[in-house]
Design a protein around this ligand. Structure first.
Ligand SMILES: Cc1cc2nc3c(=O)[nH]c(=O)nc-3n(C[C@H](O)[C@H](O)[C@H](O)COP(=O)(O)O)c2cc1C
Length: 212
């Protein structure tokens, strides 16, 4: 019998979604599911760190107004009857990131129609407006959105927000001895969350394999 086939389409700016998705895919594959990983690439590279506070601010404001960031055409095969699609990406100013919005407008219609879609959201804290926006857009494409998989950054406020800004500006202190690192040891997700993503992949895979 042919294995179940899962398409994971995702965008990642600062590697957090990428690492979660790699773990999720490994978990799915361990369960005997075949996975196609498609990372969305902006047509014009976005610099990380941002070149200035002003360019970071502009991206945040335009993201709030759901501006689209053009991405290159995806390379997954067109005629596959995917058993499940996972759409991953970061929250940008409460909403899906510009590259994911562009992908949904420009490329998702045919692949999403009639399919189950699970959003995977990587965020500092806020994800509900992001999820609602995806729900609306995927519904318009004829897809069925399922419960999201959400990972919030580890740590406490205000350090998470300060850490995010410092990361985006390339100013996160490197030395483990710095007072900031003592307050907030890392930007993004914790190792246990990556293990959780793998576990989630195994569970999803087992569910898919056992459903026929
Ligand atoms: C322009 C921009 C805006 C952001 N806005 C939010 C936000 O509104 N809410 C939130 O929880 N996180 C926000 N974040 C943080 C990202 O969602 C978070 O860092 C995520 O883990 C990044 O994933 P990635 O590394 O895969 O891009 C923002 C990040 C950027 C770059």
């Amino acid at each position: 019998m042919n294995p179940k086939q899962v398409l994971i389409v995702y965008y990642s700016f600062s590697s957090q979604t990428n690492r979660l998705v790699q773990q999720l895919a490994a978990g799915l594959e361990e369960s005997g599911v075949s996975v196609w990983l498609e990372r969305l690439e902006p047509a014009v590279k976005i610099d990380l760190p941002f070149t200035s506070s002003w360019s970071m601010f502009k991206t945040m404001v335009s993201s709030y107004f759901r501006s689209r960031t053009p991405v290159l055409a995806p390379s997954y095969p067109e005629n596959v009857d995917w058993d499940l699609i996972i759409l991953g990406g970061p929250t940008w100013s409460f909403f899906p990131s510009g590259p994911v919005l562009y992908y949904l407008d420009a490329f998702a219609g045919d692949v999403v129609r009639g399919k189950n879609i699970i959003p995977l959201i990587s965020c500092r804290t806020y994800w509900r407006m992001h999820f609602n926006c995806l729900k609306e857009m995927i519904g318009e494409c004829g897809g069925q959105i399922l419960d999201p998989i959400v990972f919030k950054h580890s740590g406490k406020e205000p350090w998470k927000t300060i850490g995010l800004c410092l990361k985006l500006l390339g100013r996160l202190p490197r030395g483990e001895e710095s007072w900031f690192r003592k307050k907030h040891p890392r930007y993004g997700h914790a190792p246990e969350q990556y293990e959780l993503a793998a576990q989630k992949g195994r569970e999803l895979g087992e569910k898919l394999v056992s459903s026929s």
